[in-house]
Design a protein around this ligand. Structure first.
Ligand SMILES: [Zn+2]
Length: 388
């Protein structure tokens, strides 16, 4: 009996060693690669994936310290780490990772956008975020030290009030870009050679000078939720709301870009790539909500970045003027991919619940769909006026 037990234990140990051997070896270093590599704060997962730190440019070198499922845990600086999906990395065998030095900065205005360039002698990891009251863009450079003694601020840079930095840890450099306007209006961060370049969008003076991107959620093989009594599919109705808004905006001579008008399958990542390429002034994504609780009902709007909260509040406020449409809420830090970009203000609109009988009835009514689209238009208009 004891002998049999021993054989069994040895067999289990043998299986374990085979399993470990079958796993990929961890590379010592990686370079970010592919389209839209993204850093995350944790390896935690819900249906939207772990909490996102933000997109990062390609060819950024990082040390790998662990592997968790489909993620690498990477070192940003001595005391900071992040997670990145393995598909967005390229392994590097052996290398040295010297601390990069940040040197001169330059703020200037251009034809389409203002820019702040930060010269560096290597591509280091970074993250950026928005702050409000006062409105600021913060950038943290990891594995980087200040050698800054020259910051040029040209008066052509209309959106930037001031820039400065603080070396908050011996290898973490924190950059503050204070904005002239109270409202955030979109920026991108990425490398231009070895220099990090922050591009800032200028706010149009009038809603008629804006380009509005409209995203009808789901489509094709991605059906979305379905109606509790009617069985209607979310993908077929998001496009109806999108087309109503398209009609209203066109009538107002506002330029519209549609992610889809037909029943096509489009990956959420491709929606982001499409929007970044087409450079809209604002991005509206229509969805219809669903819950296991049939009493959950009402309209909700969602944002990822705090700087865009006011945009989603402005739209929700107008939606709640619709008779019998209740409030489900204004929801932030939402990790839904189409609203992750910092490049333009975006708002995910969950019009109402397909899983609630009263809400479903309203969704089926063409007059309600027109009203929703019209109120979204008014919400955009209010917001533009407010921040002039
Ligand atoms: Zn949806």
């Amino acid at each position: 009996m004891l002998f049999k037990k021993l054989i069994f234990i040895l067999f289990v140990l043998f299986l374990q060693t085979q399993f470990i051997a079958a796993q990929d070896p961890i590379p010592p270093y990686i370079l970010t690669a592919g389209k839209l590599p993204q850093l995350a704060y944790s390896s935690g997962e819900d249906r939207l994936g772990s909490a996102k730190m933000g997109y990062i440019d390609t060819s950024v070198l990082m040390k790998v310290i662990d592997t968790v499922k489909n993620l690498y845990k990477v070192q940003l600086s001595a005391s900071r780490h992040a997670f990145i999906e393995k598909i967005y990395t390229q392994p590097i065998d052996d290398t040295v990772l010297p601390i990069a030095l940040c040197e001169s900065w330059r703020v200037k205005g251009g034809d389409e956008f203002d820019s702040v360039s930060f010269s560096l002698n290597g591509r280091v990891p970074y993250k950026s975020w928005m702050e409000i009251n006062p409105s600021r863009i913060k950038i943290e450079l990891y594995n980087a030290q200040s050698n800054i003694n020259w910051i040029t601020q040209l008066s052509s840079g209309k959106t930037v009030k001031n820039v400065w930095y603080e070396q908050i840890e011996s290898d973490v450099l924190q950059i503050t870009v204070e904005l002239v306007k109270q409202q955030h209006y979109g920026y991108s961060v990425g490398y231009n050679g070895k220099s990090l370049l922050l591009k800032l969008r200028r706010m149009p003076a009038d809603i008629r000078k804006m380009t509005v991107a409209i995203d009808a959620g789901h489509g094709g093989t991605n059906l979305g939720a379905s109606g509790i009594n009617s069985g209607i599919l979310e993908k077929n109705y998001t496009v109806l709301f999108a087309k109503e808004l398209q009609k209203i905006l066109k009538k107002q001579k506002i330029k519209v870009l549609m992610v889809r008008e037909a029943d096509t399958t489009i990956d959420n990542k491709d929606r982001v790539l499409w929007a970044q390429q087409n450079n809209p002034d604002v991005f509206i994504s229509f969805h219809l909500n669903s819950s296991g609780r049939s009493d959950a009902k009402g309209a909700s709007t969602y944002y990822k970045h705090i700087g865009y909260r006011s945009f989603t509040q402005s739209i929700l406020k107008r939606l709640l003027e619709i008779k019998n449409l209740e409030e489900f809420g204004n929801i932030g830090s939402f990790n839904f991919q189409p609203i992750q970009p910092t490049e333009y203000p975006s708002c995910l609109v969950e019009v109402a619940f397909l899983s609630n009988e009263q809400d479903e009835k309203m969704i089926l009514d063409p007059k309600f769909r027109y009203k929703v689209a019209y109120q979204v238009y008014l919400g955009i208009k209010d917001w533009v006026k407010q921040w002039k």
